[in-house]
Design a protein around this ligand. Structure first.
Ligand code: NDP
Length: 309
């Protein structure tokens, strides 16, 4: 059995030893050195040249090497008959929780205001914020967003979630579907976006959404840059309606030099580092799914291609 490692960005040397240890029966073939494409049974993929997957006629399963699969599902040559599974990874989720908590606390504890006061050499306590009165909304309460919502709630914030079907952590008040989007936003002092990028979610963080949020609120985007309409976000920040945007993702990436996000006072920017897949904790799921595929058992985290996630 041969597993193709197909990625222009992931480091095969991190994955090879872990996969070899977990599944010695699998031969690890590292793209682009593939002498016999017809001999490939499985593929573990991340950023790759579109169309590449159609070169492997006997693929039985494709596993993503990460959680967000928009760039893979957007490949028009993705072999439609081959099942496609994505990854969930506890280490990845933990990093996303940390990043979201940082943004929520930075806004809630007025740390940007204190940084400005420090720059001015002023010792000036501001009115103390009340945690239970700060309403945080998590858009997308799946594997990562659900864990993010629980962690923020664990600190005492008033947390709500929004998802397509209303699925989310039991302890969190959930809003469901398009009809609940505006009521959900109306109670977001901080909005954390953890949605997958699909045709339904692209551009969702736009002028209409920002206007529905309370004045002085904050946006944290740890999902995909294309969820945000940049000009609308800048306008909402410039008008003072939104106070702070923490962006880990942009469109495109890297963000071109000269883009206003680079220098905007109210924007904090990181280069898509909120979290990374960890080979050690994620590889068991790839192996588990390969074995399930061979045994005809149900696959974990099978991507629903009609929904796009
Ligand atoms: P999941 O598939 O587990 O969860 C997706 C969530 O989004 C679900 O709650 C789903 O609702 C909801 N959703 C999907 N479409 C809609 C819609 N149209 N309207 C409302 N809700 C919707 O994904 P993960 O939690 O694993 O990952 C989320 C995203 O995080 C990834 O797609 C990726 O883009 C991003 N990510 C970013 C990283 C970074 O470093 N910045 C790292 C890892 C991931 P329902 O359950 O009702 O279907």
């Amino acid at each position: 059995m041969k597993l193709l490692f197909l990625s222009e960005s992931d480091r095969a040397e991190l994955w090879r030893p872990v996969l070899r240890r977990l599944a010695p029966e699998l031969e690890f073939v590292q793209w682009p050195d593939v002498p016999d494409p017809a001999a490939i049974d499985f593929a573990a993929v991340w950023k790759y040249p579109p169309g590449e997957l159609k070169r492997y006629p006997n693929l039985k399963l494709v596993s993503s090497l990460g959680a967000g699969i928009d760039h893979i599902i957007g490949d028009p040559d993705f072999p439609a008959h081959v099942p496609f599974v994505r990854l969930t990874d506890p280490t990845l989720t933990a990093g996303m929780i940390e990043y979201a908590l940082y943004g929520v606390l930075r806004h809630h504890r007025q740390m940007r205001d204190y940084a400005a006061l420090q720059r001015d050499g002023r010792w000036k306590p501001l009115p103390a914020p009340v945690t239970a009165a700060c309403r945080v909304g998590v858009a997308g309460t799946g594997e990562i967003g659900g864990a993010v919502a629980r962690a923020i709630q664990g600190l005492g914030f008033d947390v709500a979630g929004w998802s397509r079907t209303g699925r989310g952590p039991e302890s969190v008040r959930m809003y469901a579907g398009e009809s609940d989007w505006m009521p959900f936003l109306a109670r977001c002092d901080v909005l954390v976006c953890v949605l997958p990028l699909t045709t339904a979610t692209q551009g969702l963080l736009n002028a209409r959404a920002f206007a529905a949020m309370p004045k002085g609120s904050a946006v944290i985007n740890i999902a995909r840059g294309s969820h945000v309409v940049d000009a609308d976000l800048l306008a909402a920040l410039d008008s003072g309606h939104l106070q702070y945007a923490l962006l880990d993702v942009t469109r495109p990436e890297p963000l071109p030099s000269g883009h206003p996000f680079w220098t905007h006072d109210s924007v904090e920017l990181t280069p898509h580092i909120a979290s990374l897949t960890n080979a050690e904790t994620a590889a068991p799921q790839i192996v588990e799914n390969i074995r399930a595929c061979l045994a005809g058992r149900p696959l974990r985290n099978l991507v629903d291609r009609t929904q796009g996630y």
